[in-house]
Write a protein that binds this ligand. Structure first.
Ligand code: SF4
Length: 573
């Protein structure tokens, strides 16, 4: 079965901003309790997760007397805002800027005495909030069949749309309104995100046999997506979770499209895609090949090969032959550290970011632990051939790696906020880069001081930059799950935009470092091979920017495959 995922599937800008703002409150610690006025988003699974993090929902303003109130992306009416202010509670305004714009339009025209028409769902919180701005009177029109007969014909009318309305339905209503009162000012305030989502599902529906729409059953924009798909004559399945996928109905489907509402988190979409892959993969050589490649990536064998490749590239950069021994030490180190840390993962982020991988680790925990420990011992034994300094350094790195996830027992310094190295904000990415780069560039030569030189430092900087880049991008892809479990990765601390800028800067820095080092004869010309890595990284970055939901296994395959190829080329060129 082919799965076509809509580029626009998942959180829209306003929902992502609101969820991020709420999850970030856990770090800034505003007055407690933290409550959201109404459900933060129309997604029961996300709301349940927020509840476990102490963020509850209140249904009416009377329930609020202290702490901090979050105004959700839909916004509220000015009257409700005044009540909140009078209570003296902390207010976090997560109103989507696009909803604020509609509020501003209504406010402006109401002040001029215009009657307001809102095309939208009567009970939708956004519409209720908007209506509060229509101080010169107004009406809500949910469909073309519900246009009231008593619309004022002697006053100017301001027409706006609920941001998630269907474009065609809005146009239809406006056409009818013009017939009743030509004196209307129309503002198509349907959010661009909604518009693009609908256009895309329209296109998607024409190229698949069935469309799966993922999202809360109470989410109007998700329901509308299913309706748009059905309008193209395709069966649309609106499901909330992956468990609702009907295996029997999907068994004969060859091409399925997947989209999701504006309030559907990435981990929910990933679970659906994973289940679809399971349902759609028919037994045969292709399935076997796919299973083997997935297992290779999930168990870090692929990353281990990348570790070996990076070592080969670093050795060649230093003008040394690509010896097998240091490559094996690197591969075993990378394999054992990643595997054992993944097994010890306590935050639960992996359950959200990559549920299939999490399940795999639970199922094979004992076997994987045995493999990880054996690889550590083998790496240490082999490293003795590289000299005492290299062995001691490797041992120190392994101990640091093991301590990284190990929690300090509560009885020691109970007030300490960070219970393990892993809890230190942003620690993962630089530590991974440091570990890989030390193995690739320093360990192989430390036992022979006569061959250590500036080329070693440059090889180290290049290797660290490459691994930092790959790991930071992976953090960007996992940002939703990491936020939910409170893990503070670099993108969470710096923000998505700044992390992207940092990634671009690192690519430029790496490119310049390699080229200048070769020009000035500081490293061998084979270092230029790593420019291929930089180009592939840049290409992947462009794709990622256009599409926020990337298949994690595919990501690992491309990122580490890129390093493996650079290593192979370094050996043979
Ligand atoms: Fe904002 Fe548009 Fe999302 Fe509504 S759909 S929250 S207006 S980005």
């Amino acid at each position: 079965m082919k799965i076509r995922l809509a580029k626009t599937a998942g959180f829209c800008m306003g929902v992502r901003r609101a969820v991020d703002m709420v999850l970030d409150l856990q770090r800034t610690k505003p007055p407690q309790p933290i409550v959201t006025y109404g459900p933060l988003i129309h997604n029961p699974q996300t709301l349940a997760l927020l509840k476990t993090r102490g963020i509850k929902e209140v249904k009416c303003l009377d329930e609020i007397s202290q702490g901090t109130v979050v105004i959700r992306a839909h916004g509220i009416s000015p009257q409700e805002r005044d009540i909140l202010k009078s209570k003296g509670v902390g207010i976090i305004d997560a109103t989507c800027p696009r909803v604020s714009r509609v509020q501003a339009v209504i406010k402006k025209y109401a002040a001029k005495g215009h009657f307001t028409v809102i095309v939208g769902d009567k009970d939708h919180p956004e519409v209720r909030g908007l209506m509060g701005f229509a101080l010169a009177g107004g009406v809500i029109i949910p469909s073309v069949n519900n246009i009231p007969e008593d619309l004022p014909s002697d006053r100017e009318i301001c027409v706006v749309a609920q941001t998630t309305q269907e474009v065609a339905a809005f146009d239809q209503i406006v056409e009818q309104l013009r017939k009743i009162n030509p004196n209307i000012n129309v503002f198509n305030t349907i959010c661009d995100s909604t518009r693009r989502r609908q256009i895309e599902v329209n296109r998607l529906a024409n190229s698949v046999e069935m469309v799966v729409v993922v999202g809360g059953k109470g989410s109007g924009n998700t329901r509308r997506l299913a309706k748009v798909a059905e309008s193209q004559g395709v069966k649309a399945l609106h499901i909330e979770t992956a468990d609702e996928l009907p295996a029997n109905e999907l068994a004969d489907v060859n091409v399925v499209g997947v989209t999701a509402g504006a309030s559907t988190p990435n981990w929910q979409i990933r679970r659906v895609i994973e289940n679809l892959r399971q349902v759609g993969m028919r037994p045969g050589p292709l399935k076997t090949l796919r299973d083997i490649s997935d297992t290779t990536i999930m168990t870090y064998c692929w990353a281990a090969a990348a570790g070996a490749g990076l070592t080969a590239a670093c050795l060649r950069m230093q003008g040394l032959p690509a010896a097998v021994l240091p490559m094996m030490v690197s591969a075993l180190f990378v394999f054992s550290m990643h595997l054992l840390n993944r097994i010890q993962e306590r935050s639960g982020a992996v359950r959200f970011n990559t549920p299939d991988i999490a399940a795999f680790y639970v199922e094979h925990k004992k076997l994987l632990t045995g493999l990880g420990l054996s690889a550590s011992i083998a790496a240490l034994i082999l490293s003795t051939q590289l000299g005492v300094i290299s062995t001691l350094l490797l041992l120190a790195m392994m101990i640091t790696g093991r301590l990284y996830t190990a929690p300090l027992p509560e009885r020691f310094m109970p007030s300490l906020k960070w219970r393990s190295l892993k809890d230190l904000p942003g620690s993962k990415t630089p530590l991974v880069a440091l570990g890989w780069a030390t193995c690739a560039a320093a360990l192989p030569v430390l036992g022979r001081p006569e061959i250590v030189g500036p080329h070693t430092a440059i090889a180290f900087l290049v290797a660290a930059g490459v691994v930092f880049w790959r790991t930071a991008l992976s953090d960007l892809l996992d940002i939703q799950g990491d936020r939910i479990v409170g893990r503070e990765t670099i993108p969470i601390i710096m923000g998505v935009k700044n992390t992207r800028k940092l990634l671009v800067a690192i690519l430029i820095y790496l490119g310049c470092l390699i080229v200048l080092s070769v020009i000035f004869g500081l490293i061998s010309g084979t270092g230029l091979i790593l420019l291929i890595n930089i180009l592939v990284f840049a290409g992947f970055f462009i794709v990622y920017k256009k599409r926020h939901l990337v298949d994690r296994l595919m990501f690992e395959a491309i990122m580490d495959g890129n390093i493996i190829i650079a290593g192979l080329l370094s050996v043979f060129v």
